[in-house]
Ligand binder design. Structure first.
Ligand SMILES: *[C@@H]1O[C@H](CO)[C@@H](O)[C@H](O)[C@H]1NC(C)=O
Ligand SMILES: *[C@@H]1O[C@H](CO)[C@@H](O)[C@H](O)[C@H]1NC(C)=O
Ligand SMILES: *[C@@H]1O[C@H](CO)[C@@H](O)[C@H](O)[C@H]1NC(C)=O
Length: 299
């Protein structure tokens, strides 16, 4: 008897028991994957990226030449870029843009023209003499008038989001002891419950499917720079960009990752508004860089 010949009864058993087990595993896998994407409060930001991890086509060695990520929470950074800005290593200071077709800057959460487009992108971003098409994405109507007569700047008066729909911008009051601080809704997308809780200041704004728009507007031959300061929605946007294979359309990303931190304005306490810690944000940045995304921490 040929000792290598397998026992036919054993093979049949393997198929009979193996197949259902295999499908059961697939089902669990799919359920688990969906869970990561659908719960916005999940604390595993980076685990959600893994199933779809891709690698961007960046020039060799570039990612390691970017300024190092700051691993420790800077307790003194309250607002604005401040001293961190001078440490940024911009992509066009290290690579030649000559082969690119179009040059595009997208400012998500543009606010005042001078808050980042005018004061930073126009004045400081190294452009190698290229003319950039500029998109200002800002849902708050109080900022719209100043974009009306600006050649070269296209205003998209919506919030960047994962679907075309109306969303609730909300601002929960900060409560510390007997004191309550209320702020106007500041570009933070909250669920419908914010409109119903009777505590939050809310306003409804139009939002759009950013990934779909990006795919329609730019190609891999373009040089695309994005600034993203969207008050906590960045987690949903980044997951959506990765999941729908659009992350690598962005050549250079400046992102503020909003975490629970001490707030100078009010109680001086660490407040729970975003449900992400500094260390989770840090790991998100790190994982994006590992997949070849030239991402910078923005404050
Ligand atoms: C940009 O243009 C100016 C004036 O034409 C020129 O002196 C400079 O070298 C150019 N810079 C780059 C990076 O091409
Ligand atoms: C979202 O809105 C844009 C602009 O109106 C439109 O072109 C696009 O088809 C819409 N996308 C979906 C999925 O409805
Ligand atoms: C943060 O998490 C807490 C506890 O899980 C929850 O009650 C709260 O609604 C969350 N806040 C936000 C802004 O998601």
């Amino acid at each position: 008897m040929n000792p290598r010949k397998s026992n036919p009864a054993a093979s049949i058993k393997l198929i009979v028991y193996g197949m259902p087990l295999f499908f059961l595993l697939l089902t669990f896998g799919a359920m688990f994957k969906d869970k990561l994407y659908t719960s916005p409060n999940t604390l595993t930001v980076s685990a959600a990226l893994r199933p779809h991890q891709q690698h961007c086509n960046v020039p060799a060695g570039i990612i390691s030449k970017l300024e190092p990520l700051i691993a420790e929470e800077p307790l003194d950074v309250w607002e604005g870029l401040g001293k961190e800005e001078s440490h940024i290593k911009y992509l066009p200071s290290m690579t030649d843009l000559a082969a690119k077709r179009r040059f595009i800057y997208i400012d998500l959460g543009a606010r005042d023209y001078d808050s980042s487009i005018g004061s930073w992108f126009e004045k400081q971003y190294p452009k190698q003499n290229k003319t950039f098409e500029i998109y200002a994405v800002e849902a708050d109507a109080s900022f719209h008038a100043q974009y009306r007569a600006r050649p070269g700047v296209t205003l998209l008066p919506y919030a960047a989001w994962v679907r075309n729909e109306t969303v609730v911008f909300g601002s929960k009051p900060i409560v510390a002891g007997s004191k309550v601080w209320r702020m106007r809704p500041f570009g933070r997308i909250e669920g419908e419950q914010a409109a119903e809780d009777g505590m939050s200041a809310v306003v409804r704004v139009a939002a759009f499917d950013f990934v779909e728009w990006l795919r329609r507007t730019v190609t891999a031959d373009d040089f695309v720079v994005v600034k993203m300061d969207v008050e906590g929605t960045e987690i949903a946007l980044i997951k959506d960009l990765v999941r729908r294979d659009a992350m690598c359309l962005i050549d250079e990303l400046f992102m503020e990752c909003h975490f629970d931190r001490y707030v100078k304005c009010c109680s001086g306490e660490r407040i729970n508004r975003f449900n992400f810690s500094y260390s989770q944000c840090y790991h998100l940045f790190k994982e994006l860089r590992d997949m070849g995304s030239a991402v910078h921490q923005w404050w």
